[in-house]
Design a protein around this ligand. Structure first.
Ligand code: NAD
Length: 340
């Protein structure tokens, strides 16, 4: 397939490009480099199968010409601003980037030959699920608790409306809404990793905290009603996540829109993740205990049985220590990230 990958220079997008190229697909990698790393794409060393384009998904003329020039049939839309806290401080920036610019992308797709659209949505669209709905199924009511979560939900609705309208036309499209839980780990060949600035994800933050002279990890809330008092989340390995994209891309049918949760289906507390980092690195994670952060859900993990049942997807990484170890290996080799 000829795939436009947006947000391709980011953490998950770059892993997706690598996997697509390995599968023989041709990739156009679009990123405005506001948060990503051109180096991650250059490291893929993919010759003519990869075209790197620097620009915004909101630049409709640019996207239109990429779609036409490369005969794109599939879009994987990873590009977004993705910090919950930042979205609370700058909600309109999030709506502009994630919704308005995303709609410009969709406008270009609508006018082109794109047949499949796979969207990076989030468990943040569920907000704080009602009691009894954890593990969270796709049918859980969606009530986001942050502007970031809302931008993802609004875009899901735009895609559903688009796919519905196109299903009634002579040019139906296939749409997949993939709702990720917490993504972690790194490419097993060691080429790609996770390099955000600032970093807010627990696994890389905990790994960085093991380094000599690094600031200790802030543990927010130790009095939650969980077995050890800390929040519980679902950590899905980035390679498993990307596999789910390939499977979805090759299975979804035109005229249909599907939503799948992507998670391991099991939760780990913050203290368990810290213990996994200590086992994987052989070093201690210094911790400072702090009060709860407003808005953090107590426990959030996926019921991902729908994609297993319908497409046969099963995560290969089910041991959190292995997931963490893959991330730790990349940090060991790239202590200063891509810019080191
Ligand atoms: N990492 C997670 O745990 C997680 C969980 C749920 C959902 N998601 C979603 O997955 C996607 C990828 O996440 P990530 O962790 O790789 O983030 P990331 O920040 O590493 O990558 C996002 C990329 O998008 C680019 N970008 C942002 N706005 C753009 C625009 N308007 N035009 C072009 N490029 C733009 C950035 O430069 C960056 O390279 C995001 O949509 C995010 O919301 C991630």
């Amino acid at each position: 397939m000829n795939v436009l990958v947006t947000g391709a220079a980011g953490y998950i997008g770059s892993h997706a490009c690598k996997r697509l190229l390995a599968g023989g697909h041709r990739v156009v990698a679009l990123d405005d480099l506001s948060r990503g790393h051109r180096r991650a794409l250059e490291l893929l060393d993919a010759g003519e199968s990869l075209c790197i384009a620097e620009g915004s998904v909101g630049d409709e003329p640019l996207v239109t010409s990429l779609l036409a020039e490369h005969a794109i049939d599939t879009v994987m839309h990873f590009a977004a601003l993705a910090y919950v806290g930042e979205s609370v401080e700058q909600p309109l920036r999030y709506y502009t980037n994630n919704v308005a610019q995303g709609l410009a992308l969709l406008g270009a797709c609508d006018a082109s030959g794109v047949e499949r659209f796979v969207f990076s949505s989030s468990c943040a669209t569920y907000g704080d699920p009602p009691e009894g709905l954890v593990p969270v199924p796709e049918t859980c009511p969606q009530h986001p608790t942050s502007p970031y979560g809302w931008t993802k939900l609004v875009y899901e609705h735009a895609l559903l409306g688009w796919s519905h309208a196109r299903a009634l036309s002579s040019r139906p499209v296939a749409v997949a809404l993939l709702r990720y839980f917490n993504v972690a780990g790194a490419d097993s060949s060691g080429v790609l990793g996770e390099d955000h600035d600032p970093e807010t994800h627990l696994v890389p933050v905990a790994i960085r905290a093991t380094r000599e002279g690094a600031a200790p990890l802030s543990l927010f809330g130790t009095d939650y009603p969980t077995h050890d008092g800390t929040c519980v989340r679902d950590y899905v390995h980035v390679e498993d996540l990307v596999d789910a994209h390939i499977l979805t891309m090759t299975s979804i049918k035109r005229g249909k829109a599907v939503a799948y949760n992507l998670g391991v289906g099991r939760g780990h507390s913050v203290r368990e993740v810290i213990a996994a980092v200590e086992r994987a690195t052989g070093r201690r994670v210094p911790v400072v205990e702090k009060r709860r952060r407003p808005g953090d859900a107590v426990a959030l993990y996926a019921d991902a049985s729908k994609i297993t049942r319908e497409l046969g997807w099963k995560p290969r990484y089910t041991d959190i220590v292995e997931t963490v170890a893959s991330a730790a290996r990349w940090f060991e080799a790239n202590p200063r990230g891509y810019d080191g």
